[in-house]
Design a protein around this ligand. Structure first.
Ligand code: UDP
Length: 327
């Protein structure tokens, strides 16, 4: 008689063809999961998951999670990562952003409830808005302009957190909430509009780096591998309160521009453009909770992560090569 081996755990990743979702799918496959990657490709891309599609444990399902979600068979974990997340998208597609935060989270929670699956919500440091407390601990309630341009994303994530906690308290769904701070790495869209892909693409093309405002606003940028590891640890912890996952090393934006110029050897100059509306002046996670509960902290220094990102962008066929260093 053959001994039955325990089945591999099965996870659904919504937004699995996006920047973060695709890294998460890859990580889960590496951990021995069967993975369903669900995406409507509004901002995700099949290119991001092309290397996973041969894997027998990987399945791609084209679906918009703002509509009812059907998955056959058992499910152990749901990672709800579907959402446009670039500030450019806040003006371009505000209503889909609100719908995926509200209806997409509602549908994902309904699925978690029916499958008795654990659900992780990908939330965001944007729930803190333009913070008045620095660095931001999870207890801080934030400072959000709900009628401003960024409000669509901030409020979508705040609503998503509320409905997740309601399902947790009222329906006893097993939930986790990760508050993701600025994350960068390979597979970001070059036209994504966020600071790292913008500066990297501009530096590689020899075009001016567009620093918005005087560049004194700060961001703490984390490399994608650190985020995925923290996310996975949180999913397998018993912590049901929100947890910040981000790199607390903080840089003024103009310093990020200088770092990318020096790492790429680009001769591009820095130009200043107007600061977008409600652009947070400072953002930096307090990661005490993640340190204490998950024994997690970021490991990849900015210069190393940016180097890897530059190399990846330079290798993309439709992207320019790294210019020769000065002199
Ligand atoms: N930023 C910039 N130049 C760019 C893109 C962004 O100076 O080409 C600034 C932006 O104004 C913000 C910071 O970089 O202060 C981070 O912007 P991003 O869009 O990456 O994310 P955010 O943290 O604002 O959501």
């Amino acid at each position: 008689m053959s001994k039955e081996r325990p089945a591999k755990p099965r996870a659904l990743v919504t937004g699995g063809a996006g920047f973060l979702g695709s890294h998460l799918c890859e990580w889960l496959l590496g951990e021995g999961y069967r993975v369903i990657c669900m995406d409507n490709l509004r901002t995700g891309s099949l290119e991001n998951i092309a290397h996973l599609r041969e894997d027998a444990n990987f399945e791609y399902v084209h679906h918009d999670v703002t509509l009812h979600i059907e998955v056959e068979g058992e499910l152990d974990e749901i990672y709800h990562f579907a959402s446009p997340a670039s500030p450019k998208d806040f003006e371009r597609i505000p209503i889909p952003i609100l719908k995926v935060g509200a209806l997409g989270t509602y549908n994902s929670l309904g699925l978690a409830k029916s499958k008795c699956a654990r659900l992780m919500l990908a939330s965001s440091s944007e729930v803190y808005g333009d913070p008045l407390v620095h660095p931001q601990p999870e207890e801080y309630w934030g400072n959000v302009n709900q009628v401003g341009i960024r409000g669509v994303y901030d409020e979508a994530k705040r609503y998503a957190e509320s409905i997740t906690m309601a399902y947790h308290r009222h329906h006893r769904v097993d939930t986790r909430i990760v508050r993701i701070f600025n994350t960068y790495g390979p597979r970001m869209r070059p036209d994504d509009g966020r600071v790292v892909p913008n500066f990297v693409s501009q530096a590689l093309a020899g075009e001016p780096l567009t620093v918005y405002g005087d560049g004194s606003q700060t961001r703490s940028v984390q490399y994608v591998d650190d985020l995925i590891e923290g996310t996975f640890r949180l999913m397998h912890s018993e912590e049901t309160r929100p947890v910040n996952i981000g790199n607390p090393v903080e840089y003024p934006v103009r310093e990020i521009a200088r770092m990318i110029l020096s790492l790429s050897g680009s001769r591009s100059e820095i130009v200043h453009e107007p600061l977008p509306q409600d652009d947070p002046k400072q953002r930096c996670p307090d990661i005490t909770r993640a340190r204490e509960i998950l024994n997690w902290e970021p490991r990849v220094p900015a210069r190393e992560g940016l180097r890897t990102t530059l190399d990846w962008f330079a290798k993309q066929p439709h992207r320019p090569q790294v210019p020769a260093p000065h002199g």
